[in-house]
Design a protein around this ligand. Sequence first.
Ligand code: ATP
Length: 503
Amino acid sequence: MKKIRPPLGSKSNILTQKKILWSIMASIKFLFCIFEKFFSHQLHRFVTKYMQKFICFMSPYIHITFPDLISGRYLRRIGVYTCIQSYLSAKLSERAKRLNAEVVENSQTPLVLTMGDNEEIIDKFNGVKVWWVANHTSQKDLDDKSSLTLTFHKRYRGLITTSYIQYVLDEGKAIAMKNRKLKLYTNNPSDDWRIYKRKWSCITFDHPARFETLAMDAKKKEEIIDDLVKFKAGKEYYAKVGKAWKRGYLLFGPPGTGKSTMISAIANFMNYDVYDLELTTIKDNNELKRLLIATSSKSIIVIEDIDCSIELTGTRKEKKDYVHKGKYSNIEENKVTLSGLLNFIDGIWSACGGERIIIFTTNFVDKLDHALIRRGRMDMHIEMSYCSYEAFKVLAKNYWDVESHDGLFPIIEKLIGETNITPADVAENLMPKSIAEDLETCLKNLIQSLENAKKKAHEKAKENAKDEDEEAQLKEEEEKVEAIENSKENVKKNGVIHEFGLV
Ligand SMILES: Nc1ncnc2c1ncn2[C@@H]1O[C@H](COP(=O)(O)OP(=O)(O)OP(=O)(O)O)[C@@H](O)[C@H]1O
């Protein structure tokens, strides 16, 4: 009798298929258990290894894993993992469905969204599809490990390993740099290097100064901004002309004219970290070089009050003479020499890393050795001068959001043209000391300060003139006495000659 088969897709047929599937799976599991139980560990590993190799050989896909090597470190530099994560977060997080939220301290955007565990997202590069998967393994007694795996078809190996990965790294680095908070570094005394394993200590750099709030001549400000923009975009240009990608600025002017404020404005404008180099704690040129090597690119290296930090004739100076009197005040000599500093600025080591700005500040530009500040080393000399009316208007806008005042601005304009006042003093007057102080009170305070400064300058000039007069009078008298003495001497000499003549 002919057996009647149940129709395909019927309930009994599906049940039969399920039974077969279950029995195949059970058999595999059974075989696997026997294999695990009766074969040695080595053989087990050997078979697993070759199974994996076989699967890889059969699969047309390539997998590249990028581990998070520096997870959890205090000084977290922007590494490959961070770059890729930034790229994926910014470009693709809207496509991912499971996200991790992280509160990152050093980021401009405190809440950073990254791909969730085992989340997969697809990216396209020149029409080629790639897959990114985030992995996170948490093992007992071991550190948590995170990694990102990139999968693509082996046909596109060349394109992906050269162009795409580089593209992702460049984009990710730019995004990470834009999002991070700037850092302010200061060098540790070398005796502490071994203890803390760090040459530089850092804190978040949060100075609000910007070029818009900087009170100075608008044309000069524009020139500086143009120079910075050109420098930032100048990677290829510097390579073409064979020059290291760095630029030096010398800021000079009286105290309180905004040299430090300018450095902060440059750092914020360029989005660069600041390395504040304290020369007086450095023992010798070698240490100076090692500190330089430990700085990163996209940074500003600052030496404030360079005239107080080093003997600029090239000879050494006693440490106890320095303004800085700390741990090292008992050290007799600072062995950082002028030639060491010149090497620091443009020796072969200075080229490592690139994209660096070096800034010196001084109140006494004439005291500096010409070799230190010649063009090429300090490419731009910027004079920070006393407050002009234009600069005052910037400060008035900063502090009170006003651009004019019919009664008081013209008086200030006249007085500011007649006397020297630093932007720091103007700023101090414009800042209200209590809630009761309004704009008019502050402007009147400023007028009072300007009048006082004018009076003081006038008295000083008079005193100087008096001193000069007295000095001139004294000189005249001295000359007269000298003339009388000379004539007496001559008479005496002539007399002697005469006497000789007589003989
Ligand atoms: N050009 C300026 N624009 C805006 N604010 C300024 C300017 N100059 C000075 N100030 C104000 O005065 C304060 C002191 O200025 P700053 O420290 O930048 O002067 P400096 O020239 O570096 O002085 P020093 O030579 O004593 O170090 C700043 O905090 C800022 O508020």
